[in-house]
Design a protein around this ligand. Structure first.
Ligand SMILES: [Zn+2]
Length: 431
């Protein structure tokens, strides 16, 4: 069915911001009428269109979450590709990138094809596979990147584990550049971080657990910047959490290094103090940091040092998270809360609405070289946001199989009310 999205405020970062109507024809953007258009009730009623009333709403390119753990294959008790994709579309995401730390690891074309096949059967959000840099994520033997690219991978990463071998990282970056694959780096010095449960500081001391110092992240951020300078190849830094990382990336960008970066909502909205109240539901890797770090991450978002907001959606079953702060696995879910909590950056003036949409859609697309935007002929991947909708984040309505979110109970303003993937409505509510 063809659709006319009527009267919304269209925000296509870098291209158009203003009122308009979008016609969706055969899954693509068939026409865009800019300005304050009026429906011709007689003429429009005769057309085979569904009219979606988007007045007082924001119409954006479909949001892309470039850092998600879908857990399938191997950990279906935490999440499946289908439940993860359902959570994605409910959160306004038309596409997600899934990390390779599944069981088996996505280090060969069979696993990549399996994941993409499951995703297409789920038929909800688009799934872009991130394949491993090294076989089994073991940091020793490089994967066959050409084969992975042919199978559909868009990026490589050993996320969850740092790649310590700098020589191997150098050659992976060079090979990935030649193939047009992005390299996403999980920056952590595991020796420095070893045994750490939460951020090194007063909270760790009060809880009587070992801490993870900021340097365990920034040392590896600086190494990857050095390798990017050495190779001339781009590198994308995952989940930036510390002020030292922000400073290093800012300086590198200023001298023209091809480094990009993402952070996650918990790093700009929470500090390690949240562990006192949320316990293991506020435990992730890298950990929540200090107020100084939180403010530096916000500054990095505001001045463009940090290009993207991703969730690092990392589902874990309730019984796993109930194991106590020391034993519980790292990670929080985020697909169904990211947009709502990130809109606070617009409310407090840190980002413009177009700036936020760039960080949640067009910038990730640019880094991953995937389609994103509201222009004639493009696939109709569209998110409609009601910026006025106020609600309390409620875990009981999550479509994710897991519940491990420190944002449960938070009041939020703004919500995706319709998510369209290739012209098909994958989610709608309150519209
Ligand atoms: Zn990671």
């Amino acid at each position: 069915m063809n659709i006319r999205i009527h009267g919304g405020r269209i925000i296509d970062p870098g291209h158009y911001e203003g009122l308009g109507d979008i016609l969706v024809v055969d899954g693509r953007i068939g026409a865009i009428h800019r300005g304050d258009s009026h429906l011709d009730s007689q003429k429009d009623a005769s057309l085979p269109y569904r009219i979606i009333d988007a007045r007082n709403k924001i119409v954006t390119p479909g949001l892309i979450d470039m850092h998600v753990h879908l857990r399938e294959p191997g950990f279906e008790h935490k999440e499946t590709i289908e439940t993860g994709c359902r959570a994605a579309v409910c959160g306004g995401f038309t596409a997600v990138c899934c990390m390779p730390n599944t069981r088996p690891v996505n280090d060969n074309a069979n696993v990549t094809r399996y994941i993409l096949g499951r995703a297409s059967r789920a038929d909800l959000a688009r799934v872009y596979a991130v394949a491993a840099i090294t076989q089994g994520l073991e940091g020793r033997t490089p994967c066959d990147y050409e084969e992975l690219k042919k199978a559909g991978a868009v990026a490589i990463s050993d996320d969850g584990r740092p790649l310590l071998d700098s020589r191997l990282m150098r050659s992976a970056m060079a090979k990935a550049q030649a193939l047009g694959l992005a390299v996403i780096s999980h920056c952590e010095d595991p020796y420095l971080a070893e045994g750490g449960v939460v951020n090194e500081g007063p909270v760790a001391a009060d809880l009587g657990v070992a801490g993870v110092p900021n340097a365990s992240e920034s040392i590896m951020v600086m190494r990857d910047i050095a390798l990017s300078e050495l190779t001339g190849a781009p590198v994308h830094i995952a989940h930036v959490s510390t002020r030292e990382s922000v400073h290093a990336i800012r300086r590198a960008k200023a001298r023209g290094v091809a480094v990009t970066a993402e952070t996650a909502p918990h790093y700009f909205l929470m500090t390690d103090e949240a562990v006192r109240t949320h316990g293991a539901d506020a435990k992730m890797n890298p950990p929540l940091r200090s107020e100084k770090d939180r403010l530096a991450v916000r500054q990095g978002l505001a001045d463009g040092t940090i290009d993207c907001i991703a969730t690092d959606h990392a589902p874990h079953a309730p019984e796993e998270k109930a194991a106590g702060i020391e034993k519980a696995p790292n990670g929080v879910i985020g697909l169904e809360t990211s947009l709502a909590v990130s809109l606070s950056l617009v409310a407090d003036g840190t980002l413009s609405m177009a700036g936020l949409i760039a960080k949640m859609a067009t910038n990730p697309a640019r880094i991953l070289r995937i389609s994103c935007g509201l222009r004639l002929g493009m696939p109709a991947d569209i998110t409609i946001i009601d910026p006025h909708h106020e609600f309390t984040i409620d875990a009981s309505v999550f479509k994710s199989r897991s519940r491990n979110s420190p944002f449960v109970g938070t009041r939020a303003k703004g919500k995706a009310v319709l998510t369209m993937v290739g012209g098909r409505i994958a989610f709608e509510e309150f519209i």
